[in-house]
Design a protein around this ligand. Sequence first.
Ligand SMILES: C[S@@+](CC[C@H](N)C(=O)[O-])C[C@H]1O[C@@H](n2cnc3c(N)ncnc32)[C@H](O)[C@@H]1O
Length: 352
Amino acid sequence: MSSAVSAFVEVHARDAEKMKKSLLRNNLMDKRRNVEHSKSYVLFPVVDIASERIKKLINSGGGRIVRKRGKNAAKVSSYLDLLREKLGDYELKRLTSGYDLLGNIALIELPKELEGRKRTIAEAIISANGSVKTVLEKAGPVSGAYRIRKLRYVAGKRNYTANYRENGCTFVFDVRKVFFSNRLSYERSRISSLVKDGERVVVMFAGVGPFVAVIAKEHRDARVIGIELNRAAYGYMKQNIRLNRLENAEAVLGDVKKAYKRYASYADRVIMPLPMNSELFIKEALAVAKNNAVVHLYTFCKIGDAASAFKRIKKRAEGCGCKIKLVGARVARPYSAEEEECVLDLKVRKIG
Ligand SMILES: C[S@@+](CC[C@H](N)C(=O)[O-])C[C@H]1O[C@@H](n2cnc3c(N)ncnc32)[C@H](O)[C@@H]1O
């Protein structure tokens, strides 16, 4: 096999979203190759970049051009290229949602019309992406207290244990038993970039520990506690803490409604990644927060209407003897036609 040199734009994860938009807007993204991650950096594959204007655009967005040698890197076809030969135009048009990549496992979600074509689609994903060994299909909504969903085997190796890398950390978990979303990787990096020296951080609803690990790895002098109800997720969080050699992190098994009592006025920062229900745990988060702490609360809101969520939360906080100030708000990920997942960064002042 020949080895080709390909161009990438390397950018810190905190600037990645802006850079991605700018590369897409300027038709610079090379869609035949995959986005790569290295520690806190994201590498966007780009078509060759010659003009001074383009170089300026990249530099002003905090990026730099790097060239990497890879096995036929520039020649790998995307799964859509492969499918163009196998599916009709109508079928290709229905294939809108792409797939979620969890290291060696890809998750697909197809409209009913493509039910009979799912094996072909899955095999194209495996052919186009060297790291994918298994394709599973989302076979139901995320539900229940553990926020998990049914998954159905489609193609490749019959395996459900993901080996996934993100923000310089490695994670292992059984995709059937725990919640995990790669779409929140930017959020993990964003929050980690806000953590200051020596902070104490409590991650409620910690899952297999992605927030815990990314923060603990980047801030060796911080202390990070992750609380999780699902015994399987808690087991993986412990394993992931060991795997990433994080002596400053701790996994706690339990219900936040009870476990919070052990951490009264403990934290400089509280993270609440349970968008479905986090507003029901405001009392507990405020009890864990120190005066002047920051709470990052994830919740669903009508598209473009984070303000209403803030109003509701403010009222609840006042009922708990706290004033909260909105210091940041952003869309964490799109959710449905009407709703999005937003994150509110809240500064807490305890009164009385
Ligand atoms: C949406 S997932 C987020 C997981 C993880 N933070 C992530 O970003 O991948 C929410 C997690 O909260 C856990 N959970 C739900 N209710 C809980 C509770 N009352 N106490 C502790 N954990 C809870 C679920 O088991 C699930 O793992």
